[in-house]
Write a protein that binds this ligand. Sequence first.
Ligand SMILES: Cc1cc2nc3c(=O)[nH]c(=O)nc-3n(C[C@H](O)[C@H](O)[C@H](O)COP(=O)(O)OP(=O)(O)OC[C@H]3O[C@@H](n4cnc5c(N)ncnc54)[C@H](O)[C@@H]3O)c2cc1C
Length: 371
Amino acid sequence: MKRITVIGCGVVGAAIAYELSLCQGVQVTVVDQTAPAQGSTAAALGVGMAVISHKVKGRNWRLRERSLKRYQTLIPELEALTGRAIQHNIQGILSLCFAAEDLPRWRSLQEIRQRQGYRLEVWEPERVGDRCPHINTTGVAAGIYSPQDFQVNPTDLTLALVAGAQANGAEFHFGKPVVGFDGAEVLLQEDRHCAAVQTPNQSFAADAIVISAGLGTLPLTQTLYQPIPIGPVLGQALRLHLDQPLGHLDFQPVVNGHDIHLVPLGDGDYWVGATVEFPPETSFEDALAMRPEADRLDDVLAGAIAYCPALATGKITQRWSGLRPRPQGQAAPVIQSLAGYSNIWLATGHYRNGVLLAPATALAVRDFLEN
Ligand SMILES: Cc1cc2nc3c(=O)[nH]c(=O)nc-3n(C[C@H](O)[C@H](O)[C@H](O)COP(=O)(O)OP(=O)(O)OC[C@H]3O[C@@H](n4cnc5c(N)ncnc54)[C@H](O)[C@@H]3O)c2cc1C
């Protein structure tokens, strides 16, 4: 039996645990300092922009495409296995284009996606108003509708991944911070091997270790003398309740305008977000301690009201913020082996797309471990 220890149980660690729990001959153990889905995952809106993203080739597109495909089976598979409902929306994403000069780029993307076997529709403003009467089409040059993109509740998904992995035999240890590794101290040796993950009062023996600790990655990799800088980028969002749901009840896609998402949740509830706030360029500790600026969230709400005026009548029922894990000096996400170690993999730094990319990340980690 191969023992694999995963550090971190946000959406990425939970997806890895679930995917590995499906493999024969593997015993999965997950260790997290908190309960599941408490880090960046707790703040996310769960919008999966794959087909509608401008990434058309290379690693980033391959990850998006692989996730998109895996999501089609993953959600029904988890719901059946665990009996848990996972809130998700498969009515696509409508992105509002406000600049006519951007249209050739969208048309070119539409052609590329068609060749790749995906659908992207470019709607005249009249069609936007017809399909989504809650949208103010003044200034809208076109609506880009992507029927194959989706949204999923990140906490529902993470908890279902944990329950699914547990049903397949994986073990979870919550409330246990990882503070060190056996074998890290052999400084000069190449291909070091870590035999265990240590918490203050327990050691977890491991044949392989996956670090999916988001913003915990830097301190953990410092312990391993191979610091991987992953810093925070703050995001704020809010939940609104409206007495009447917006638009047509049978067509409730996620809408995006000026990089602001409007996410329908059902029963007149909507998420609106998110801000993108960079930390001061001082220390990692200062960055982690950064606080949300209320004005920034007010601006996001004003931006959403500009394209969807009925939101002004809504009641704000919740405001929150979270820190996105963003790699410094390399592209997001970081999915690779840790230099100098033969049995440690990094699956971290997913920045703005961790929910979208979690399934593809889990498959990539499975590929590494199988090979
Ligand atoms: C406002 C906002 C909106 C977002 N919207 C979207 C969206 O629409 N779509 C999308 O795809 N993404 C979105 N994101 C980004 C997404 O939330 C992240 O990319 C994703 O949650 C990262 O998941 P993760 O599992 O890597 O990290 P996390 O969720 O942060 O989990 C890391 C875990 O590691 C644990 N950990 C850290 N250090 C240790 C240690 N030493 N020992 C034990 N455990 C440790 C932590 O406790 C934590 O549970 C959004 C983020 C924010 C803030």
